[in-house]
Ligand binder design. Sequence first.
Ligand code: PLP
Ligand code: SF4
Length: 455
Amino acid sequence: MIRCTYTRPRKLRLYGPRDLQRIDQLQRLTPADRRSIAAAACVFPFRVNNYVVEELIDWSNWQDDPIFNLTFPQRGMLDDADFQLIYDCLLRGGQQLRLARLVRRIRRKLNPHPAGQIDLNVPYLDGEPLPGLQHKYRETVLFFPRPGQTCHTYCTYCFRWPQFIGDPDLKIASADVTSLVNYLERHQEVTDVLITGGDPLVMSARLLQGIIEPLLSPRLRHVVNIRIGTKSLSWWPYRFLTDRDSDDLLRLFTRVGQAGRHLAFMAHVSHPRELEPPEVGRAMARILQTGAVIRCQSPLVRHVNADAETWATLWSREVALGAVPYYMFVERNTGAVHNFEVPLLAAWEIFRDAHSSVSGLARTARGPSMSALPGKIVVNGVATIHGQDVFALEFEQARDPDWVGRPFFAELDPTATWLDDLHPAFGRDEFFFADAMRDFQRQRAQKLREIKAQA
Ligand SMILES: *Cc1c(COP(=O)(O)O)cnc(C)c1O
Ligand code: SF4
């Protein structure tokens, strides 16, 4: 491995909700603007590091800056009444109890676990739930290692936000690699494990090795693809350059390839700006050198990346740096979604305009994709069929693999932002999967009852 000698080590500084005074760049804001950020940061997780503050945000235009909007909680994330209550609390000061109650009440309203993540996706082994795992699509198991449930910086739009606010009821995480391995041994249909968070690359190389090494055992030969979901390239590229265990981390990636498996580095990149600093290109080159493939994905988010040119630049830059554009997601229906969501029609227009303006190498991205209860549904576009305008939809992933790739149609509704808003076209009562979905939910509820009865 080529040692990284051309990047100077950077000392990490993290800022949380109590450190707003310590961020020099924020002092150019008015006290009212700073208090607005503080108010939103009472409800939503806030953490930003010195690299993001110093290198990625254009402070001369902070209000419209995509990375500022991606990392600093904002007034628009709360409804006006809630915002005012918290703001007044902060203004008066010394109202800790009242504030804590307010915050709890507001958080409960924000749909902390969308798409049945716990009820429908947590798998069972010998009648025991495995809370740090999710198994929704046949071939892929998600693993949430407990020490990987934070991030170098938090994204304001993150649908995993309940995991960061320290509410144990809302956390999904596991410290138990043995259960993961046992589960995989019994599930030969699983080809992919996705280690996710949070950001698992906040973990040390040693901890990560403790998860990955057991997956490379010959008994788990069917697990071909080890995926790591991470935003470290964007939030802390030094993770792959000059951190104390950067070289160990890259050696671990190499080791995956040597064991005959594929390391799929699933990078979350929201905006082309994140790929501009030279450190990021160097980090990507080092990752690629291990034999890993970098695939990039992100949601489409108002105030951050809601225009075609941004996506075209993003995908082209990814390709130029050796990465593969993968998914454009539709912002999930949780948290401050109302502040960030883009209607499906507008999302498709942005996707299409971007997709049609780049080279074929950058057209590997799929989307806009909704990760909904039955599966990942892509909006393929608008079609006019016998004079009626409809959305053409398709599953990219589904609870039942047989649903994948079958075109289906919904009435065109320019304001719809999620599957729940859509109605089947051509006078049908339900989408083709509705019956099977109900069956699945019934079976799952039945199984839960049986397990409870045994316990
Ligand atoms: C997106 C997702 C996957 C992976 O889907 P791919 O299309 O294979 O990338 C797996 N499990 C869950 C729960 C997901 O949301
Ligand atoms: S890095 Fe990923 S998990 Fe962490 S806050 Fe951002 S979107 Fe959420």
